[in-house]
Design a protein around this ligand. Structure first.
Ligand SMILES: NC(=[NH2+])NCCC[C@H](N)C(=O)O
Length: 246
């Protein structure tokens, strides 16, 4: 069995749609099945993170239902603690979320969460064991602020086509990676069709154990987007929680 952690955090986003992330987290969690735990948000992001940390299971796969992308902080930090160098984080997202507090144009934590996991972020949120850039591989990223583009260019990242045989994966999916999906705070053109996202995840999950999945940034806006998630979320969860090798 897998644990589904619903985190209705919206305070990490500065989008006018951010309050809708509360309803979105509940919807994604309901579609994900599993053993469902709901975390209530605290006064600060650090307090919410501590609550997430407190409910993470000792072992077994986690499915995190966001909420803004900042909800990935503790589940990914846990995967680093458990799996060390073997872990690769696959970042399916329109955005890099690679801003530092100094470079962020918005001040929003969801645009800094990956950088924070790499060891540079708001001091109360940086995990004790940072992720190394070679443990991160991107898919669908197409909207970067200038400082993020510069950081991306001067850093050696992981490569999905060249994962080590014994790699285990954390699959992060910000729904803004999808093409034409508008139920997010910051939609961007030219994303991945849902079938392409599924086929990439299927390919990865057929070769590697997935130790965590996060599905974030759902801000319900259109019935068509909701209908898409009705099939997409259970399928992603099935692919990522089926024990390996299948
Ligand atoms: N997870 C997201 N939707 N991130 C959007 C970030 C947008 C922008 N790069 C910022 O830092 O504010």
């Amino acid at each position: 069995m897998y644990t589904v952690i619903e985190v209705p955090q919206w305070q990490g986003s500065r989008s006018p749609k951010a309050p809708k992330l509360v309803e979105g987290a509940a919807r994604v969690a309901a579609l994900a099945g599993g053993e469902h735990v709901r975390v209530t948000t605290g006064e600060t992001l650090a307090e919410t993170a501590a609550r997430v940390r407190a409910v993470l299971p000792g072992d077994g796969p986690t499915v995190t239902a966001g909420g803004d992308c900042g909800v990935e902080l503790e589940p990914i930090a846990r995967a680093v603690r458990l799996h060390g160098d073997r872990l690769t984080v696959v970042w399916f997202d329109a955005h890099g979320d690679l801003n530092s507090p100094e470079s962020s144009p918005s001040g929003a934590f969801h645009g800094m969460v990956l950088r924070t996991l790499l060891g540079e972020g708001p001091p109360d949120l940086v995990p004790s064991t940072p992720l190394h850039p070679s443990q991160v591989a991107f898919s669908g990223v197409r909207s970067l602020d200038p400082a993020e583009a510069d950081f991306l260019d001067r850093t050696r990242w992981g490569d999905l086509a060249d994962l080590r045989d014994d790699a285990v994966l954390y699959v992060h999916i910000d729904l803004d990676v999808l093409d034409g999906f508008t139920s997010v705070g910051y939609p961007e053109p030219d994303g991945l069709p849902a079938a392409e996202l599924l086929s990439q995840v299927e390919h990865l999950a057929s070769r590697h154990q997935v130790v965590g999945l996060g599905i974030t940034e759902y801000a319900p806006t259109t019935p068509a987007d909701d209908a898409l998630l009705t099939t997409l979320v259970p399928e992603l969860v099935r692919l990522c929680t089926t024990p390996h090798p299948r």
